[in-house]
Write a protein that binds this ligand. Structure first.
Ligand code: M6R
Length: 607
């Protein structure tokens, strides 16, 4: 939700800020703005809409400034207008601020500031600029600290002041900020991608920390103004991994990344000879693992569907009961958690506010809390007591794709690790691992069908509704296929388990209501086939995902996409790919903005 970029150094700030905003556009794209110091004055430019609009506005302006802040907005308080676009200023125009998060007590603060302040926006963020103005007596850092002492809510902040043309003040509470260290230059951003081309050395600001950054040095203090010692981390992602690499969209590139990044996820994390996995980051002793009586998987959106696939894996391989909880529901229903419960928070961004809050609640109740996360150094990665990075590389399209398959693979490895400690045989473990190592090549075979799936999208692009059907471990796949389609093509879609259709959803079916069904060869094949016969009888068009060699599939359906065979528990790693490609090509066929669908943002850092 919203992205911040800031630069202070000796390079021209403008290209760094605009380039950085483009990298962070996935975080929100309602409007964007920036401020640079030009001839001793902060100079602001704002535009409603995507970064291209801001760029267009800047086309005929030249700025030599080597210091600036920028922001891309996902609107919370106040409509999508230019005045509501960041950066915001105080009454004097001296203080300029970009804010990510929500100032919960902004109304009280506004009231306490009195009627002397003139506001130009409807945002909570602008109130903070006025509060800093009130507290300012010549020292920007002190003014920010005094103001933050009065604030309730979340913030990632980048602040400049006209009287301090060489000082950038940043602060964090609940909204991530990464500081990149160059030579006599600093980069600040909501994640590390804007700085990958310049530096790999970063410092992750923690909640309650304030950084005062000058060109040649930096001080980080806590909210009591006490110096904090920080560790420099190295980012392993490279610049190329955050680019489209010739693909038309990030989403397509990320779909095609899957064979490679799946290998990155599993490499070195299992022992074929023992038929087991070794995810050392779990940070639990074998006796502690044996004591676990229940596993709770907490996540949102696509990550929650990976969690649902994980439930089948843990229950079947490890015999441990698993609950999957959508994070926003978990914390408000007084969940039953004890010290024999292992809770995994699963998140691509590692910043999802609902997931983070749910994990804190689980920790408070005494559970073992671990993370399965993509973004290195993200809040969930740091707030959990261990866990595993999924190594999917930067995922920049708003629609999550490669994170799903990598999360699912890591859950499988965990299920195997717990399974082998319980009753799972070496032989079964070995068969699963052998099958897992074959997945990347099989993924490539599916991706080769992209053009065929594109033709299907052309055929079905005028459908108003879709029903996705799956059973067992393929039900989460159906849910994921349905979410992908609706979020980027805006076509209404639902997903139900095949066997549930007769209890209501079948009433929807008609020749105008296509059904996308997963009917691969597994223990539920015959049951699923019967469900599809029920669909056929209602004359709804059917697209099937079937196993290569299933000659009978074509008799049932108008269209069939064949996937290579694999072991049942691994099917989500393959069967999801045609659904991702279908959603992608549908969105392209309909002229949608694939990477930045309306109303959405990639990291949802508000509750
Ligand atoms: O970063 P996270 O994995 O925690 O994000 C969770 C969801 O917000 C995310 O999966 C969302 O549903 C995507 N738009 C799905 O494509």
């Amino acid at each position: 939700m919203c992205g911040i970029v800031a630069y202070i150094g000796s390079k021209q700030a403008l290209p760094i800020l605009i380039g950085g905003l483009r990298r962070l556009e996935y975080r929100g794209y309602d409007s964007a703005g920036l401020a640079v110091f030009e001839n001793g004055q902060p100079c602001l430019v704002k535009a409603v809409g995507k970064i291209d609009n801001l760029s267009e506005k800047l086309k005929n302006q030249s700025f030599d400034s080597t210091f600036g802040i920028a922001h891309t907005r996902w609107a919370t308080h106040g409509g999508v207008t230019e005045p509501n676009t960041h950066p915001h200023t105080d009454c004097t125009g001296n203080i300029v601020l970009a804010h990510n998060g929500i100032i919960e007590n902004y109304r009280e603060l506004k009231e306490s500031l009195g009627s002397n302040h003139r506001y130009t926006s409807e945002t909570d963020s602008e109130v903070l600029a006025h509060l800093i103005e009130k507290e300012y007596t010549g020292d920007l850092r002190q003014a920010v600290l005094s103001a933050l002492g009065q604030v309730r809510g979340t913030y990632g902040l980048a602040i400049m002041h006209k009287d301090h043309p060489g000082t950038l003040v940043c602060a964090r509470m609940g909204s991530p900020l990464v500081i990149g260290l160059g030579e006599n230059e600093y980069f600040v951003a909501s994640d590390a991608t804007p700085m990958l081309a310049y530096t790999k050395n970063v410092i992750f600001l923690e909640d309650g920390e304030v950084a005062e950054i000058k060109r040649t040095d930096m001080h980080i203090v806590n909210l009591k103004d006490q110096q904090v010692a920080k560790k420099v981390s190295k980012i392993e992602w490279d610049e190329a991994s955050a680019q489209k690499q010739g693909f038309a969209h990030f989403m397509l590139k990320e779909i095609f990344d899957q064979p490679t990044v799946l290998q990155d996820a599993i490499r070195g994390r299992f022992k074929l000879a023992d038929g087991t996995a070794h995810l050392g980051g779990l940070n639990m002793s074998e006796p502690e693992m044996r004591e676990i009586k229940r596993i709770v998987l907490i996540a949102c959106g696509t990550a929650s569907y990976a969690a649902m696939a994980g439930k089948y894996m843990f229950e079947r391989l490890a015999g441990i009961p698993v609950e999957v909880d959508v994070a926003s529901e978990f914390r408000y229903r007084d969940p039953i958690i004890d010290n024999q419960t292992l809770v995994f928070g699963i998140s691509q961004s590692g910043e999802t506010a609902d997931t983070l809050a749910a994990l804190k609640e689980a920790k408070r109740k005494g559970a073992f809390v671990r993370g399965i996360v993509n973004v290195v150094g993200s809040t969930i990665a740091r707030e959990t007591d261990g866990g595993t990075y999924i190594h999917a590389g930067p995922e920049l399209a708003v629609a999550s794709t490669k994170a799903f398959t990598n999360m699912t693979a890591i859950l499988l490895l965990y299920a195997l690790q717990f399974g082998r400690l319980n009753k799972l045989s070496v032989a079964t473990g070995q068969r699963l691992l052998a099958a897992l190592t074959e997945i990347p090549e099989k993924m490539k075979l599916i991706l080769q069908q992209s053009d065929k799936i594109k033709e299907l999208a052309e055929k079905y692009k005028n459908a108003r509704d879709f029903l996705f059907l799956g059973r067992g471990v393929n039900f989460p796949v159906a849910l994921e296929g349905s979410l992908k389609l609706k979020e980027i093509s805006y076509i209404h879609s639902e997903a139900v388990p095949g066997g549930e259709m007769k209890h209501g959803p079948i009433a929807l079916l008609s020749p105008e209501f296509p059904v996308f069904a997963i009917m691969t060869k597994n223990q539920l094949y015959d049951k699923m086939r019967s469900n599809i016969e029920e669909v056929k009888a209602r004359k709804a068009p059917i697209i099937l995902i079937a196993t290569e060699g299933d000659l009978g599939a074509a008799d049932l359906a108008q269209d069939v996409i064949y996937v290579p065979p694999t072991m049942e528990l691994l099917e989500p790693l393959l069967n999801t790919l045609p659904l991702q490609l279908f959603a992608y090509h549908m969105a392209v066929a309909l002229g949608r903005d694939v990477d930045r669908p309306r109303n959405l943002a990639k990291s949802v850092t508000v509750e």
